[in-house]
Design a protein around this ligand. Sequence first.
Ligand code: C2E
Ligand code: MG
Ligand code: MG
Ligand code: MG
Length: 277
Amino acid sequence: LAKDAGKNNYSIYRAAKSSLGIEQLTLESSIRKALQNNEFLLHYQPQIDVETGRIIGTEALIRWNHPTLGLISPAKFIPIAEETGLIVPIGEWVIRTACLQNMEWIAKGIPPMKVSVNLSTRQFLKRDLVETVQSILLETGLDPKYLELEITESMTMDVNFAIEVLGEFKKLGIPICIDDFGTGYSNLYYMKLFSIDRLKIDQSFIRDIMTDSIDADIVSTIIAMAYNLGIDVIAEGVETEEQLNYLKRLRCREVQGYYYYKPLPAEQLEQLLLSSR
Ligand code: C2E
Ligand code: MG
Ligand code: MG
Ligand code: MG
């Protein structure tokens, strides 16, 4: 089969199969070049303790600074990077860059905090992920407790594999967060089994929390059950004061969203952190 005949043949095979193929191949080769030419960068979105209003962590979010098109959002290229496997070297770059940045902030006297990095399925399923993360931590000197890895529920479908990999991260002292929680099939019992440290409630539930009583009930249940199991909760996509107050009433302690900050360039966040020290 074309699939087994080597990378190039496989690409041509794919191109012939879909009318979008050629466009996709162009995008694939520009993503490859972008990595070589250092066109990727990370923005950092603050995570807030609702009690104090202080920044307690950040999430690293990738952008592509394209030479002619400008900043491109991850939604536009992560799926193709995932499909082509380019997400593996890109993902490694993201982990290394986030760790280096976090070390730099700590060295500048900013109180140490976690940086969260999104993993893709392809990355999570690679046998050497744990080793890669471990060597990046050694190389950068970052304390493992200041790097959080975000996975999604769908990555834990193979329960035994998830238990094994997540157990290894646990042993290394690296916190794990389930991103977009509530959109998949997993239940909270499994979250305990996987020794998940934190759940990030998907933004779709927060968006309608004031108007959709089912969404409000789901959020309320997740928060109550997670705390009973000793798992932290953060709400994502908080845009209004009403949403924030509602979440506070449900005893949600951590939020992330435009109400406080959009994802910021590293220098801008640094200024903010230095001035609020
Ligand atoms: P995510 O991990 O769920 O990240 C949250 C997304 O929601 C970010 O979009 C963020 O800018 C956006 N957001 C945050 N607060 C609000 C809000 O209050 N309102 C609204 N409407 N949106 C908000 P972004 O940066 O475009 O990233 C989109 C997705 O791309 C991410 O979703 C994540 O799945 C993926 N992604 C981003 N960076 C990486 C990366 O380095 N590696 C991988 N594998 N995926 C990444
Ligand atoms: Mg995320
Ligand atoms: Mg995500
Ligand atoms: Mg999310």
